[in-house]
Design a protein around this ligand. Structure first.
Ligand code: ADP
Length: 269
């Protein structure tokens, strides 16, 4: 069994991610993930229940392609974990199972203490709302502005106009896009589009953020900026799991790393 300890290396914010620094304020006595995002505080840890617990998970696609084999993994709340492996290793498959897009062929997957493989309908939808997801290709709505793309998630979840107006500027400031709220995705660089997609993923204050190759389309400067934003989100208590094939980048940082190789999970650090 692979157990990932909740490690919080000291974050050195990149100057390029300056606005995120405005998020840091003194921690009060009682803190939730909610206040973490809206007021810049660290959430109260509930260490008893791991944020992710996979038990003997295997996945074979319907066409017979074996993607993952007998994976057991525990990720503690507040962790920052890199999942590496070559293209086609099964990294996306793992993440898709974590947010309920794919079902395992065998084994159980608990997110925040709930077995996602047993949930259907509204209960599955509710759990998925508590998971932020970031994709390599951003998946922004082209005909909507940055602000509309981010607010859309909150609209869909039934937040009031007042609450949306409260959360939106905080999320945009956190990714340094407060001055580009009215731009359309095509008017942004790749790095800015990815930062917009991160704002969209976290504006609902999920305890868990999954990022599937978030730096895959970015140059090294923008990649570093995106990773620093994800580190900053982790430092305020959001558990973060990132897939990447860029082992050079992950080895430069001091976070836990697992690798998928030959369909199996190996702990590298
Ligand atoms: P990675 O993200 O590491 O590049 P993937 O999880 O996308 O790898 O893919 C793992 C394996 O599963 C690959 O052999 C891939 O071709 C296969 N695969 C992925 N999605 C499907 C699918 N929907 N149907 C069949 N095979 C798939």
């Amino acid at each position: 069994m692979v157990s990932i300890l909740s490690r919080k290396p000291k974050v050195q914010p990149s100057p390029a991610v300056g606005p995120v620094g405005a998020f840091q304020v003194a921690a009060p006595a009682v803190i939730t993930a909610e206040t973490a995002l809206t007021e810049g505080r660290s959430p109260q840890p509930n260490a008893a229940v791991p944020i992710i617990a996979l038990n003997r998970v295997s996945k074979t696609y319907a066409n017979g392609t074996p993607a993952l084999l007998d994976i057991t993994l525990t990720v503690k709340r507040g962790s920052f974990l890199f999942v590496t492996g070559p293209s086609g290793a099964g990294k996306s498959t793992l993440l898709k199972m974590l947010y309920g897009e794919e079902n395992p062929t065998a084994g159980s997957i608990c997110i925040n203490g709930q077995d996602i493989t047993q949930l259907r309908g509204d209960r599955l939808a509710m759990l998925r709302r508590r998971i932020g997801v970031v994709f390599q290709d951003y998946k922004l709505i082209p005909r909507r502005t940055v602000a509309e793309n981010v607010a859309f998630v909150l609209h869909a979840q039934g937040y009031s106009r007042k609450e949306i107006n409260r959360r939106l500027p905080v999320a945009l400031k956190m990714v340094g896009l407060q001055d580009k709220a009215d731009r359309f995705p095509a008017q942004l660089s790749g790095g800015e589009q990815q930062r917009a997609s991160i704002a969209r993923a976290v504006v609902g204050t999920p305890p868990l953020l999954l990022a599937d190759e978030p730096t895959g389309n970015l140059d090294s400067d923008n990649a570093r900026q995106v990773i620093n934003i994800l580190r900053k989100l982790n430092s305020i208590g959001i558990s973060v799991v990132i897939t990447t094939h860029d082992e050079v980048m992950v080895r430069q940082l001091s976070y836990p790393i697992v690798q998928i190789r030959d369909s199996r999970l190996h702990t590298l650090r």
